[in-house]
Design a protein around this ligand. Structure first.
Ligand code: FRU
Length: 501
């Protein structure tokens, strides 16, 4: 297969070669961000799942490191988490050199030579050199269900300050239940409770990668609220996989979601972390001062069919998470992308009223020296909701025949992404459907931030209340950006474009 350099992301992590899915155990330690991930080191498809490893100083530019935890004929290494055992509570390091611990999902072959995956359980691996080398704990697994389960996986950790213990969340995926445990030493786990609210469940749905987190409430100094993030597959709004969250309360034993949306089986009543198709298995970094998330920019519907080579799979941009108080007192999650650094180019304009049939075109050569195929575009748009439907096209060809379309319909209060002409389509019907997010004006305007890397479009709307993430495979040098209108009075109050590398 020929290398598809034109789609190699600039500011998103992708392994040099082969398959990647979920992020695992992202952690900041000694000023270095570590990212582990589900990785097939031998093929560009799901299989032989091991933990890959990469490091970064800015969350944007990554250095691939040697495999952290390789699969063996007896065990694949499914998703999990990494924690710095600062006080050496596990006893697996020393007081002078506390260990990093990986709590991962062992997918065992129950019988030697058997082809079927067997028991899933939580195991531990230890690093005494800040993540460079890992050793499996001698008495693995440390947490097994009774009776044993073939779909018990994806441990994540959350510190419960009031109780002075760690809470582990994991799923029994087919039962669509999050199981909560506690421990003070990471090795012995005591069952706390099951979380399986009534509401949106379907027979085929899997619950995966549950994350219990405490998020700061914007503008309310020192106050925080609890969320439970759940990845579901199938069951996402666009088909395939997707990630929703509950806001609620955690008392140290039980997570109780607030009334809404627990009682409804309508997925549109749920709070989705992303209304696009490609943001799954979202987890948070350990060790950061405030919560920072990262997700797998893919969808199980077609992940094995995307056209990149020799790698397949990339991560989302990391984002700061917080809760924002709404007019009715409820809390919603906000996601804001991490700083993209210093722009290499900036363009700004006010009041653009594109004419029907003649879209306004963003100047594409602000400086002679910049090749925009080698830069990430970050657009900030303010739309006048009193106007007609606006359409922004990014990663478009010169002739306008190809591009990813982003529409805002003020009458329906909907943001729509259409990638049916985005470039090379993934051979799967689910790829080309239109994706819709509810989006109402805030303080009389609709604000969009659109970040375009070489094979992705990420949208953060309404200051991060609404997110849409889409992988796209544009034609070579499709760097044109236009603002268009279907009827007379479409209006952008301002347009700002910045380019980053
Ligand atoms: C989520 C998931 C997890 C599992 C891993 C396997 O995408 O299915 O439940 O641990 O991926 O790679």
């Amino acid at each position: 297969l020929q290398e598809t350099r034109q789609w190699r992301p600039l500011l998103h992590y992708a392994p040099a070669r082969n398959w990647m899915n979920d992020p695992n155990g992202p952690i900041l330690i000694d000023g270095v961000y570590h990212l582990f991930y589900q990785h097939n080191p031998v093929e560009p498809v799901m299989g032989y799942i091991s933990w890959g490893h990469a490091t970064s100083r800015d969350l944007l530019h990554w250095q691939e490191e040697p495999i952290a935890l390789p699969s063996t004929p007896q065990e694949q290494i499914y998703s999990g988490t990494v924690i710095y055992d600062r006080d050496n509570r596990s006893g697996l390091g020393t007081a002078q050199n506390p260990p990093l611990l990986a709590l991962y999902t062992s997918v065992f072959r129950d019988m030697p030579g058997e082809q079927e995956d067997g028991t899933q359980a939580v195991s531990v691996a230890v690093s005494l050199d800040r993540g460079a080398h890992w050793t499996r704990y001698a008495h693995n697994p440390v947490l097994t269900l009774d009776p044993v389960s073939r779909n018990f996986r994806d441990p994540a950790l959350c510190w419960y300050e009031e109780g002075g213990y760690w809470v582990l969340t994991a799923v029994e995926a087919e039962q669509q239940v999050v199981k909560l445990f506690r421990s003070t030493d990471f090795l012995h786990w005591e069952f706390l409770s099951d979380f399986r609210p009534p509401g949106y469940h379907t027979p085929e749905m899997l619950w995966e990668v549950p994350v219990l987190a405490r998020l700061p409430i914007e503008g309310e100094a020192g106050r925080s609220g609890w969320v439970m993030i759940v990845s579901v597959n199938p069951g996402g709004l666009t088909g395939g996989s997707g990630t929703f969250y509950y806001v609620g309360d955690f008392d140290g034993t039980v997570f109780t979601p607030e009334e809404h949306p627990a009682a409804t089986d309508d997925p549109w009543q749920y709070r989705w972390m992303d209304y696009g198709p490609d943001n799954y298995a979202i987890v948070c970094f350990a060790g950061t001062a405030t919560p920072v998330s990262i997700g797998w920019m893919g969808n199980w519907n077609y992940a094995n069919q995307t056209p990149t080579a020799p790698w397949r799979g990339q991560m989302t941009l990391p984002a700061h998470l917080s809760l924002a108080r709404q007019g009715d007192g409820s809390l919603l999650m906000k996601q804001k992308p991490v700083s993209l650094g210093a722009p290499i180019e900036v363009f700004a304009a006010s009041e653009i009223r594109p004419e029907v049939g003649t879209p306004w075109r963003l100047p594409d050569s602000v400086a002679d020296c910049t090749d925009f195929a080698d830069a990430v575009l970050d657009l900030q748009l303010v739309i006048d909701p009193a106007g007609d439907v606006v359409v922004l096209t990014v990663a478009a060809t010169e002739d306008g025949r190809f591009g990813t379309e982003i529409l805002y319909d003020p009458a329906r209060q909907e943001l729509v992404v259409d990638r049916s002409r985005s470039g090379v389509a993934v051979p799967n019907a689910a790829f080309t459907t239109r994706h819709v997010a509810p989006l109402s004006p805030q303080d009389g305007s609709v604000c969009l931030r659109v970040i375009v890397d070489r094979s992705s479009v990420e949208i953060f709307a309404a200051d991060g209340l609404v997110r849409m993430t889409e992988v796209v495979f544009p034609l070579s040098h499709a760097t044109t950006v236009t603002l268009g209108s279907y009827a007379g009075s479409a209006c952008f109050r301002s347009v700002k474009a910045r380019w980053f590398r």
